[in-house]
Design a protein around this ligand. Structure first.
Ligand code: ADP
Length: 470
């Protein structure tokens, strides 16, 4: 009434090293793996060798793994239910078991030894032999959770328990978890807590000595080449970072330098206009006034572009700040619209406002004006001489502002991109601009705790919706 043709089956079909199928205890082995079917075959070799020899075994694994291991054991002729019935094979869920002894992300030694220790004691009394086989992947789960410290502490708990009970422990870790150079340290730490380390299946331990040497040399060459590649990329990354920094510095300096002459330029143009206005009526007087007005508009546009450049460099340097206070939304929307009245008329767009009588809240007034200005100027610029509608309303606890035009619209593949830095969906031959307005708009709106979306189709106009917490 054995458990089946177990021992014969396991020794005949096993490709695992002797370490796993042999009968020495007090081993703490770690097996790395890439593929699930490889893990199932290794674990069933390990368990099968023990069960066949009457050794008790405990498996602490996830449900899919428990099922895969038991299926592999059954295929090797083991009577799994019988072994469980006899108490020779105990299956525990890894996540549930963890929850019985983990406290604040770390294993609690007292709880751990109560749970695992008593399971081992029970097992020892069920087996023919005093050697127990344990397979566990609680550490792997902790590692997957990003709790490296907890995983290593749990490995140490197993090592401490080995002083009290005689068992051979097999742990398994997915190799993919150690996929970057930064994982080398953690990988070495995991290896250090085990008495034996078994490589993943990409290395075949069944090969002879000559092949093994060849394989080691190949791996050494690969490691060296990869290390050199990592160093080369790191240097390239550093160069790129420096180039980016140079660009950010340049934009900041250029912005300040460009802005400096703009203020006196604007004052002088204003003075010329006023001077002309106070002089006697003449053709020359009217011409000077008209040129001064036009020049002032260009100065305003230039100063808007410089402000955008400076804002972008502030955002990039993380120096973008808000100043919130009690604001009257209706007033702000009306004022910004008023400021753009002349520009809209020149572009042939009618401005249509829809606002409640009063709507107050907490916001950064200047930044909100900037958002409205950006959206309104775009609607006028891309609005194809059609009406532009600005709507202000409340929606639950939020304030919603929409700026809608019936202009050229935006192709669907560009709708998300236009909120990024320097991104444009029009040719610069037809429409001037730096592609910064919507990037700044989104940054401001998100800093205010809100969101901005665009809804558009080519030739169908565009609707930009800003939602802000009140
Ligand atoms: P700019 O207008 O300076 O190019 P923005 O960041 O304000 O920069 O806008 C980015 C791009 O989004 C524009 O180049 C344009 O392609 C598109 N866009 C923005 N607003 C509208 C609009 N109302 N209608 C059509 N396209 C728009």
């Amino acid at each position: 009434m054995g458990l089946g043709s177990a021992e014969r089956a396991s020794t005949n079909r096993s490709a695992s090293p002797r370490l796993l199928t042999g009968h020495s205890s007090d081993n703490h082995i770690v097996q790395f793996y890439d593929r699930e079917d490889f893990l199932a075959s290794v674990v069933s070799d390990f368990l099968g060798a023990g069960l066949g020899a009457g050794e008790p075994a405990i498996v602490i694994a996830t449900e899919p793994h428990r099922e895969a291991f038991m299926k592999a054991l059954r295929e090797r002729g083991f009577d799994v239910p019988l072994a469980q019935q006899r108490g020779q094979l105990v299956l525990l869920d890894a996540r549930a078991t963890l929850s019985t002894f983990m406290v604040d992300g770390m294993p609690d030694w007292e709880r751990y030894q109560r749970v695992i220790g008593s399971a081992l004691e029970k097992l020892a009394s069920a087996g023919r032999e005093d050697r127990i086989r344990a397979y566990g992947e609680m550490v792997d789960l902790l590692w997957q959770d990003g709790n490296d410290k907890g995983a290593l502490a749990l490995e140490e708990c197993w090592n401490r328990l080995a002083a009290r009970y005689s068992f051979s422990l097999l742990c398994a870790y997915q190799m993919a978890q150690f996929g970057t150079e930064a994982d080398s340290h953690g990988f070495a730490a995991v290896c250090a807590t085990h008495t034996h380390v078994l490589p993943a299946e990409s290395y075949d331990p069944a090969e002879g000595e000559a092949e093994r040497m060849r394989e080691i040399a190949r791996l050494q060459q690969r490691a060296q080449a990869l290390e050199a590649e990592v160093a080369r990329r790191r240097a390239a990354e550093q160069e790129l970072r420096e180039a980016l920094q140079t660009r950010e510095d340049f934009v900041a300096i250029a912005g300040h330098e460009l802005r400096t002459p703009l203020t006196p330029l604007s004052i002088n143009i204003e003075a010329i206009g006023r001077f002309a206005e106070s002089s006697a009526p003449s053709e020359l007087r009217d011409r000077v006034i008209s040129y001064a007005e036009r020049s002032q508009r260009h100065v305003k546009r230039l100063s808007g572009l410089v402000t955008d450049l400076l804002d972008v460099s502030r955002i990039a340097a993380g120096r973008f700040t808000l100043e919130k206070s009690e604001v009257a939304y209706v007033e702000i929307v009306r004022e910004v619209a008023q400021r753009h009245q002349a520009q809209a008329e020149r572009a042939g767009c009618e401005l249509v406002l829809s606002t409640p009588v009063v709507l107050n809240g907490n916001c950064d007034r200047l930044r909100l004006e900037q958002v409205l200005t950006n959206l309104l100027e775009n609607a006028i610029k891309y609005g194809a001489k059609k009406p532009v509608r600005v709507t202000l309303e409340t929606e639950g606890e939020s304030v919603r502002i929409t700026v809608k035009d019936d202009g050229i619209g935006i192709p669907p593949e560009h709708v998300d991109r236009i909120f990024d830095r320097f991104e444009r969906a029009v040719s610069s031959k037809n429409y001037g601009g730096l592609g910064l307005g919507l990037f700044i708009t989104r940054t401001i709106v998100e800093a205010l705790g809100g969101s901005v979306t665009a809804d558009s189709a080519p030739g169908q106009g565009a609707k930009f919706t800003v939602t802000l917490p009140r």
